[in-house]
Design a protein around this ligand. Sequence first.
Ligand code: PMP
Ligand code: GLU
Length: 398
Amino acid sequence: MRLSSAVSSLKPSATIAAAAKAKALKQQGVTVYDFTLGEPDFTTPKHICDAAVAAMEAGHTHYTPANGILELKQAICETYKREYGLTYTPQQVVVSNGAKHSIHNVLTALCGPGDEVIIPTPYWVSYSALVELTGATPVLVPTTQESGFCLTAEQFEAAITDKTCLLMLNNPCNPTGAAYPIDMLEALAKVAVERNIPVLSDEIYEKLIYDGSEFRSFASFGPEVQALTIIVSGVSKAYAMTGWRIGWTLGPVDVTTAMSDLQSQQTSNPCSISQYASLAALNGPQECLGEMLEKFAERRRYVLDRLNNIPGLSFATPGGAFYAFFDVSSYFGKPLQGGIVVDNASDFCTALLEVAHVALVTGDAFGAPGYVRLSFATSLDVLEAGLNRLEAFLAGDQ
Ligand code: PMP
Ligand code: GLU
């Protein structure tokens, strides 16, 4: 059948494809050290699961308003007030089927053919694909390891043209873990206001911040900035709720109304039961966040320490999220374990999986050739065993 031009150039999500490849090998009975998906290994806290059961028992098993139940939208508003001092009304909130869906809604509401969307690289795999689906053009602006992979105000300003309709900012960043210093964020906000450029601020990793780094919501730099910002976040990463598929956007009423209308035509509401579970996540005890963060911090320390001790690898220390993103290009052209020689990150990952049974995601998928991404959202035991194998793979047959 003839496919539409929108989907004919679409590739599957590289993170999900890498995870599927690792899973296929596991199904053949091979022990695979899988560091592909950015997904907490913890089970969703019990009080959240209990709230889902209670919601089903109470009969909350029907359609809800397309943009989410009022209680959840109110809880989201209260959370942003309490945590960031930001005032939003429930009308300014749209609850969707995961933050990925929220991003698609924002792009569909704001971008179209002839428009340009500025994306700092390295960037999360789905950004460029979702921009292209709208017919707009992604404008990739490379950041450097030396700058901690943060976009500077000068770079932002230089990328703006009369076609620019949006900046996509991801703080903390997937895949680099970059947590923007507050002054850099403020400088970006200043440019956005001066040049009147809307900003999609993807803050899905907002709760995963490590020692020495800080988080500040982009909309919190004043009313003019808030008026240009659409925040995207959700429960997936912070509350270990990836499978529940709840994300949200907060933004100006004209944008949220357009996204609600879009959603009402496209998917109706996000799962009713997941919405009640998310309500319990936001309104219930928050100790689980600290407990999970402590585990992530311990794993981060371990992974960075190991990577630091492997010659030839380099990286910018991640201040947030749960990824180590490191440069393996010094190993290109040299014999690795099994005598294999590779000259790019994609072939590196394929060889690493086949020979050492360690699964990483290639930096090529994130617009960062020469790099690979390791998700440390998995146990210390698995990290230790996988890093031992990575080390042996890099050492080659000595
Ligand atoms: N934004 C970023 C930067 C992500 O890494 C992810 C990971 N899935 C998402 C959005 C989407 O999150 P969700 O699972 O809620 O769709
Ligand atoms: N965001 C996670 C990742 O980057 C989950 C997979 C996906 O949605 O792409 O691995």
